[in-house]
Design a protein around this ligand. Structure first.
Ligand code: PRP
Ligand code: URA
Length: 209
């Protein structure tokens, strides 16, 4: 699929393996989610436009490159997406942060929206939607629908672990959205959990359950 990037970098794969382990504490889990997001952010910003600027070094005046004023919005899907925000802000500290609250009904697996607050001028921003897990794809699809309804045009989606079913659903619903994921797992189980996955990302980040 053209607009899906799957990361094969050894550092990312190593950290994902630690993340999966049932032995990993919430404390370590949060730190790893932040680190992996930072590594993925680096790559996902590869196509940001640059412009020439004049800089005077202690030695000489020179023309060099800086980011050409792209306005960014990071939009985590609550709750688990919150764990990825600092990883993004570490590299793009001037980004604005929006929030979309979604929970998945445990029986029907249908997503339900309970909150949406986006930065102003969302139509002029590059919007990076973050959620560690792409399972059926329902939450990501609905979150992106909300952003588009509010004017969002240039949208990327970043997750740590995806099921093939989620990637298919998301790319079919939003073929214009670039998708970045650290690893694609085997499948979903009968309860809609990713196998082998890492369990419930929100519970593991926040130590609930
Ligand atoms: C998890 C996860 C995604 C969603 C993925 O959130 O963080 O948002 O499930 O599943 P889907 O692709 O089938 O929609 P959950 O609904 O458990 O809420 P939480 O983050 O508050 O725990
Ligand atoms: N949400 C999670 O947190 N984990 C899964 O495996 C599927 C959905």
């Amino acid at each position: 699929m053209n607009n899906v990037t799957i990361f094969d970098h050894p550092l990312i794969q190593h950290k994902i393996s630690i993340l999966r382990s049932v032995e990993t504490s919430s404390n370590q889990f949060r730190a790893l989610v932040e680190e992996i997001t930072m590594l993925m952010c680096f790559e996902s910003m590869r196509d940001l436009p640059l412009e020439d600027v004049e800089v005077t070094t202690p030695i000489a005046k020179t023309t060099t490159k800086m980011l050409a004023g792209v306005k960014l919005a990071i939009v985590p899907i609550l709750r688990a997406g919150l764990g990825m925000v600092n990883g993004m802000l570490n590299l793009v500290p001037s980004a604005r942060v929006g929030h979309i609250g979604m929970y998945r009904d445990e029986v029907t697996l249908e997503p339900h929206e309970y909150y949406c607050k986006l930065p102003k001028n969302i139509d002029k921003r590059l919007v990076i939607v973050c959620d560690p897990m792409l399972a059926t794809g329902g939450s990501a699809k609905d979150a992106i629908n909300l952003i588009k309804e509010r004017g969002g045009k240039h949208i990327k989606f970043m997750c740590l672990i995806a099921a093939p079913e989620g990637i298919k659903a998301l790319t079919e619903a939003h073929p214009d959205v670039e998708v970045y994921c650290a690893h694609v797992d085997e499948r979903l189980n009968e309860n809609g959990y990713i196998v082998p996955g890492l369990g419930d990302a929100g519970d593991r980040i926040f130590g609930t359950k």
